[in-house]
Ligand binder design. Sequence first.
Ligand SMILES: Cc1cc2nc3c(=O)[nH]c(=O)nc-3n(C[C@H](O)[C@H](O)[C@H](O)COP(=O)(O)OP(=O)(O)OC[C@H]3O[C@@H](n4cnc5c(N)ncnc54)[C@H](O)[C@@H]3O)c2cc1C
Length: 416
Amino acid sequence: MTSASDGPICVVGAGITGAAAAFHLVEAGAREVVVVDAAEPLAGTTPAGAGFVARFGADHNRRLGGCTVALQDYGLAFYRRLHDEGADVEFAHNGNVVLALTETELDRLSGGILEHPQVGEGTRRLDADAVAEVMLGAVDPTAVAGGVLMPEAIQLTTSLAQRELLDRLHAAGVDVRWNTPVTQVKVVDSSVVGIETVDGTIDAPNVVIAAGAWNAALLASVDRRLPLVPMVATRFVSEPAGLSPQTPTVQCPELHLWLRELHGGFSWGGSFAYRLVSALRAEGLEFGYERPVSQTLIDAQLAEQETIAEVFPALSGLSTVEMIQGVPVYTVDGGLYIGDVPEVDGLWVLAGDSESGITHGPGMGKLISQLIVGDEPFTDPAPFRLDRVDPTAYPDEAAMVAAMAGDRIADAVNRA
Ligand SMILES: Cc1cc2nc3c(=O)[nH]c(=O)nc-3n(C[C@H](O)[C@H](O)[C@H](O)COP(=O)(O)OP(=O)(O)OC[C@H]3O[C@@H](n4cnc5c(N)ncnc54)[C@H](O)[C@@H]3O)c2cc1C
């Protein structure tokens, strides 16, 4: 807990999680917030995000856990608020369909979602014809068994949402420093005293590490380790294909796919084009504070297009107008890290986005700001504590990957 007179609060990282943390700190009354980012604006993973936001934690088939639903509800409300306040984040409230190709899978999906105690209002099972209707013609009903509609789901353009938060920080007078890598968090007698950057020291008794794929390096500077598994993930945007702007977002576990409408075309990807950062680095991939570009993954996704088009016929033969990659970071238990670093006063962390930082960023930012200023947390922070996982149980990445066996991206983590 801190008070406004304690000195600046430094947020390291200006992606969606860091920007949301700074935004909520300002809203909570923190007087001096400094945001420091290693790169240019919008250089990190956030703009690669596809912009799906839904109550993904209310699903027994996913590893996020019911504890995350309050954060998802907060994210849904937060983006609606930006939209209602006039921000152009290409917000649309079209719902989400989890698609099944077989009856067995439809039963599994329905069981996981409809039998969850926190199931959202109006969530319902769809047969193949109902899928075709809800999907406004984008799906061939003969290729699917059905799906589950999650009507609360929204979609947005991630770079616009990040830009909106940065504009609001600027308007609030927050000092945001770009192209300023933080090299170390400075700790004296178990208390944070500031950060070391390539441009010198910033004194601050509170530091929030929100550096996405680069969190592990900053934690190492204070001799701490979290089991974190960074992967490169890929998103393609097709040329316009006449899709309705009212089309719901879609996930199809059997195709390892997520897909949505964007500017009349398809914005899509899936774990067929994800790979461990370590595996890609072993093949020669190099990147610093910018987004990676992996041709291996681009080729893997191109190879999948006609298979996906058997379910989404309009995708067949379309050219790709944008290919963008980013580095989501997975946790061994499928959850998120939001909280303090035990035994280091003044050090706070937002990490392990589990490829859901767009959905959870606003809630993560809100919760960490409440913990820092000492306000009543809007949801129980205990399930997000950093010390819920013992890092010594995961001495290397192979041990972490082994723990992810039940994850929806398990096929990709196990690919060499
Ligand atoms: C293809 C793809 C699709 C996705 N789809 C979705 C989706 O539909 N819904 C969803 O919820 N999530 C989705 N995600 C996940 C989501 O994009 C991420 O969880 C989120 O963007 C992570 O945000 P972040 O702020 O943690 O990281 P980033 O956006 O990477 O921000 C971290 C920042 O920290 C800075 N930084 C790093 N090191 C330092 C340092 N030493 N000093 C100072 N600054 C530093 C970086 O420059 C960067 O700007 C997707 C991700 C990908 C790649």
